[in-house]
Design a protein around this ligand. Structure first.
Ligand code: AMP
Ligand code: ZN
Length: 216
């Protein structure tokens, strides 16, 4: 665990040094754990002004750009899972996907289709993964929405597997109904009446399916 009081003291000490001395002191003053903590803190800064992907979108930080328009930018990942691994971002700062306004989402999806095809073609990939992490606990290191497009090749050693959790049918049904209820509420909040009616119909369908399944 990082001792925050101790870290605070070290940061104060660092602030009093010249830039040259600071550069040297960073390597000796902090433990690797403290450096990792500071790095994570910087990455999770909520200030859009300090966001690395905002800086890339504004052209303040260089990146190997592969696509750019008024609303989106795409660039090579600096630590690629495979060569040709790109990140596609909205230029506006949104931390996680659910914050993106609906009006942008159609264009975002269309762009992903184009860029996935471009990655396929340029890398001669046999497949692509399109991945998007939301929240640190889900592996999101940069808190500005970004979608990974990763070209895949046979035996490329990339692991995206997980061990399946054991669940009962009852548990599946329980989570199913909670997600259905949440989705219907969220969609109904903004959907025009016609869509709400469709949703109601789909709820009836789900209920019917459940009833059918329960019959011996
Ligand atoms: P995630 O773990 O989903 O947040 O992915 C963040 C990705 O951003 C990682 O794959 C990093 O390699 C990549 N990344 C971080 N900084 C930069 C940068 N300056 N330019 C390009 N890619 C970056
Ligand atoms: Zn940002």
């Amino acid at each position: 665990m990082v001792n925050k009081a101790e870290l605070e003291q070290k940061l104060k000490k660092l602030a009093g040094l010249s830039p040259e001395a600071q550069a040297k002191a960073v390597k000796t003053l902090f433990t690797s754990e403290e450096l990792k903590f500071l790095q994570q803190q910087a990455m999770h800064s909520k200030q859009p002004g300090k966001c690395i992907f905002c800086a890339i979108a504004k052209g303040e930080i260089r990146a190997k750009i592969v696509y750019d328009d008024a609303h989106f930018s795409a660039f090579l990942d600096i630590n690629p899972a495979n060569p040709g691994h790109i990140l596609v971002i909205p230029k506006q700062h949104y931390e996680v996907l659910p914050q993106i306004p609906d009006e942008l989402l159609g264009a975002y999806m269309k762009l992903l289709k184009i860029l996935a095809a471009a990655v396929f073609e340029a890398t001669q990939a046999q497949g692509v993964n399109i991945i998007q992490n939301n929240g640190a606990v889900a592996g999101q290191a940069v808190p500005h929405v970004h979608i990974h497009i990763i070209p895949r090749f046979e035996n490329d050693g990339i692991k995206l597997n997980w061990d399946a959790k054991k669940v009962t049918d009852k548990q599946l049904e329980n989570i199913q109904s909670r997600i259905v209820a949440a989705a219907q509420k969220l969609a109904a909040d903004k959907a025009p009446k016609k869509e709400v009616d469709e949703l109601k119909k789909s709820k009836t369908k789900i209920e019917k399916i459940k009833l059918k399944k329960r019959k011996p």
